[in-house]
Design a protein around this ligand. Structure first.
Ligand code: PLP
Length: 436
C-alpha cells in the first residue's frame, strides 16, 4: 500500500472517537456523532474539529455552577437554588395512602398554604405565567378584565400582561392612567355594561418602581366592588411580617416588610392570588394559585389544567419548602433565605480567608441584590473578593464548578453573599488557577 493510498482512506470513526474519550467525558455514541460531523465538515482535520465539537457540546450541558454574581435569584442560573430531592423511589404524588384510592397532588400543599397564608384552597401549576393564564382562562374567558394602565406591564422573558390576556380569551379593559389609577376608574369600568367585567386584576410591578406623582387603588379599596379581585403577585413573599426570620435580623429589610405578600393580600380582600415558587418563596419552579375555594375549583377543572400541571419533581420540593416555613427552619433549609440570613461580618471573614489562602485579590464591601425581578432597587450588604482585571471567562472555565462572576471598575468581583460557604474551597482553587 502506497503512502498516497493511506492518506486518502477516511480516518476511522471509531478510532478517532476512542482517542477523544481520553480528553472529553462524554458517552461513546456522542463522540462518534461528533467525529462523523467533523469528517463531513472538514475531512482533512477531522480530529481537531471533532474535539472542538465535543468541547462545545460538553460546555452546553447544564451543570452545577457557583453563583458569585451577588444576584441571589439569578434567572439565568435557575433562580432559587433548591436542595436535592428524593432519589430513585416513587412518590405518592396522586395516591391516597389512607385508603389506596387516587389522590390529588394539591391536597397537602393546599393545607400547608392555608396555615401559612389563610387562603381557603390552592393549586400548583408549572410557573406563574401558567397560573395567570389559567386564572384568566377559567374565570374570565370572553369577558372583561380591568387592569390599571400602570400595571399593564412586561415582566421579562416576553411575559406581557396584554398578550397573556389575549391568549386566555379574556378581554383587557384598561383603566386609569400610567401613573394614577383610582377606585373610581375601576368602578366606572364595572358600570359600563359593554365591558362585562368578570375580574379586577392587580399586577405587582415587581421588576421596576415608579416614583413621583403616582397613585394606585389598594386591594382594600377594590375589595367591595362586585367582580373577582385577582392579584398577580409575582415574587411570592408569603407574609410581609416574615415570622420565619431570626429576631437578630431585626429590623427586617424593607424589601421584605414593604413587599406585598400573599397573606396580607388575602387579608386585604383579594379573592385569588398568583405567585412564583422560585422567587422569594425560595422553592422549585412552579406557579401557585391560592384563594377562595370556589374559584380554585373552577381553575382545577379547566381543561388547561392538565397541560399546566407540575410533576412530583416540583411538588415534593415545594412541600418541603412550605414545611420549613411552618417549622421555622427557613434560614437553615431554604437556600435563598439562608443566603439572606448570613451575617455580613461572616462574609467579610470568608473573604479574608479566601484571599489569604489563594494569595490573590483584596476584600471589598459589595452590594448583592435579590434578583428575579423581585425587590427592584433593594440591596443586601455583602463582601467580595476582588481581583484586578477581567477574569470572568477563565473563572467560568473553572473545574469542577464554573464560577460565575461580574466585572466592575476594571476588576472581577466574586460576591460571597450568593455563594454557599462550602464552595469557598472551590473558589480558592479557581483563584489559584488564575495565578498559573
Ligand atoms: C415573575 C413574574 C411573572 C412570571 O412568573 P414565572 O414564574 O417566571 O412564570 C408574572 N407576573 C409577575 C408580576 C412576576 O413578577
Amino acid at each position: 500500500m502506497s503512502n498516497n493510498e493511506t492518506a486518502q482512506r477516511p480516518p476511522s470513526v471509531d478510532a478517532l472517537a476512542r482517542a477523544l474519550s481520553a480528553e472529553v467525558d462524554l458517552p461513546h455514541a456522542v463522540l462518534v456523532d461528533c467525529v462523523r460531523r467533523a469528517i463531513s465538515i472538514q475531512p482533512d482535520d477531522a480530529a481537531k474539529v471533532a474535539r472542538q465539537l465535543c468541547e462545545q457540546l460538553h460546555a452546553s450541558l447544564i451543570s452545577e455552577v457557583i453563583n458569585a454574581t451577588g444576584v441571589l435569584l439569578h434567572t439565568n442560573l435557575g433562580r432559587a437554588p433548591i436542595t436535592g430531592t428524593s432519589g430513585q423511589r416513587a412518590t405518592s404524588v396522586e395516591f391516597d395512602l389512607q385508603d389506596g384510592s387516587r389522590g390529588s397532588r394539591h391536597t397537602a400543599i393546599a393545607s400547608l398554604l392555608r396555615m401559612l397564608t389563610g387562603a381557603e384552597d390552592a393549586l400548583v401549576v408549572n410557573n406563574n405565567a401558567a397560573a395567570v393564564l389559567l386564572v384568566l382562562s377559567a374565570l374570565a374567558e370572553n369577558r372583561g378584565v380591568a387592569v390599571s394602565r400602570g400595571e399593564s406591564v412586561e415582566i421579562g422573558g416576553g411575559f406581557r400582561v396584554p398578550d397573556v390576556m389575549r391568549r386566555s380569551g379574556a378581554r383587557l379593559i384598561d383603566v386609569g392612567t400610567t401613573n394614577k389609577t383610582r377606585r373610581e376608574d375601576y368602578e366606572e369600568a364595572c358600570s359600563t355594561p359593554d365591558h362585562d367585567i368578570a375580574m379586577l386584576l392587580k399586577v405587582h410591578p415587581s421588576n421596576f418602581s415608579v416614583e413621583g406623582f403616582v397613585e394606585s387603588a389598594s386591594l382594600r379599596e377594590l375589595a367591595s366592588l362586585p367582580p373577582v379581585l385577582a392579584v398577580d403577585l409575582g415574587s411570592g413573599l408569603l407574609d410581609s411580617q416574615a415570622p420565619w426570620l431570626p429576631s437578630e435580623m431585626r429590623p427586617f429589610p424593607t424589601w421584605v416588610t414593604d413587599e406585598p405578600s400573599v397573606k396580607q393580600s388575602i387579608e386585604d380582600g383579594a379573592d385569588i392570588v398568583m405567585f412564583s415558587g422560585d422567587k422569594l418563596l425560595g422553592g422549585p419552579q412552579c406557579g401557585i394559585i391560592a384563594g377562595r375555594s370556589d374559584l380554585i375549583e373552577e381553575c382545577a377543572k379547566h381543561p388547561l389544567m392538565r397541560a399546566l400541571r407540575p410533576g412530583h419533581h416540583a411538588i415534593v420540593p415545594l412541600q418541603q419548602v412550605l414545611l420549613a416555613y411552618l417549622d421555622r427552619t427557613v434560614t437553615e433549609d431554604i437556600p435563598f433565605w439562608a443566603m439572606v440570613g448570613v451575617r455580613d461580618d461572616a462574609l467579610a471573614g470568608r473573604a479574608q480567608r479566601i484571599i489569604a489562602e489563594a494569595g490573590i485579590g483584596e476584600a471589598r464591601v459589595s452590594s448583592a441584590v435579590v434578583g428575579a425581578g423581585a425587590a427592584p432597587g433593594a440591596t443586601l450588604p455583602s463582601h467580595a473578593v476582588v481581583v484586578s482585571g477581567d477574569h470572568v471567562e477563565q473563572l467560568r472555565r473553572a473545574k469542577p464548578f464554573p464560577v460565575i462572576t461580574r466585572v466592575a471598575d476594571g476588576a472581577t468581583w466574586i460576591d460571597l453573599r450568593s455563594v454557599h460557604e462550602t464552595d469557598d474551597a472551590n473558589i480558592i482553587d479557581a483563584l489559584l488557577a488564575l495565578k498559573r
